[in-house]
Design a protein around this ligand. Sequence first.
Ligand SMILES: Cc1ncc(COP(=O)(O)O)c(C=O)c1O
Length: 397
Amino acid sequence: MGLLSKLNNVAKTRQALFPTGVDPLNVVIDEIYSSTEASFGGQRVLLAGTNNYLGLTFDQQCIDAAREALLKEGTGTTGSRMANGTYAGHRALEQELANFYGCSHAIVFSTGFVANLGAISTLAGVGDVIVLDADSHASIYDACKMSGAEMIRFRHNSLADLEKKLQRLGSRAAKTLIIVEGIYSMLGDCAPLAEIAALKRKYGAWLMVDEAHSMGVLGNQGRGMAEAAGVERDVDFIVGTFSKSLGAIGGFCVSNHPELDLIRYVCRSYVFTASPSPSTIASVRAALRVIQAKPELRTKLWENSAQLYQGLKQLGFELGPNVSPIVAIRMPTKEMTLLAWKALLDRGIYVNLVFPPAAPAGMSLLRCSVSAAHTSEQIDIVLQAFAELQPLAKTSG
Ligand SMILES: Cc1ncc(COP(=O)(O)O)c(C=O)c1O
């Protein structure tokens, strides 16, 4: 009954993952060959679970920019944004993000997780209310807890439930921040953002959209769900990450509210953590140029997404509600998910294994994510491996 006894349950859960002989939540990549291929345990695998939506981790312009910054500015900043960790590159990236979104203000953070943690917990506080989608990312939940604001969840993507919660708040809606995601990270489904923005206007609340999985993916210019839904002017704050479409690490928040700039002075996850390294910033700046210059990457991403989604559907697997670069296969049981995950790995395919609480509503998922860097032949190889798992699909539902 000592301090560490709470970890006994973790040990039990971990043990239950081992029948396949591989710990699926502790996979080590020995060598990475490209944005779609790597090796694990001496075996070459096709990566179909990376969030590398545009394949930019191996983009030559990003690599060249990172290399140049590394040689010129060193390996790290060794300081927080508030102290010695703001270089000209950080400021330039903020300006470029603001320009990209057509917003007046942008802040760069060290990761998307701390962007959410910092922005949300600083913008909302005691006496305020946060109304969030029940399937929100862990960083949003943690931020809500940290903020001290009252936290009210609405049923995932339910406009009726959101409206009911806003109605009940009455005049408190003016101190309420609604938080949703553009594309949800586990099932790949989209927020009905046009309707959510209409409710935000109707009740006079504030709106934040986490575009982690939709930046570079949705919208004519790749700005995300707010652009795709035509409601950018209604979105008060957009948060995002550099760790998916932009192929690096870091996070950001953009807004037209000048107050965003003030949070730099009080936001603990901005003030008390080191800033992204110069090479990271340089590669993100290059990636931002690439996503604007090469809309064909988005076209290819959606072609690949449709190929995988339709192919899996034809095989009889139970999928999320819409075509998306995140294609999640809902499996009947944890045990089957584990066996199917290992069977795919044995066939040279890596996908993500997702159990609750990371997966919503108690689901067990094999989560694929598609990249613009995948060839159509690679998607066919993934489909072929799933076809060999079809007996499991037949029992799903
Ligand atoms: C919706 C959402 N927000 C934020 C994050 C955190 O991003 P990062 O990896 O940059 O910390 C993630 C990452 O998985 C995410 O899915």
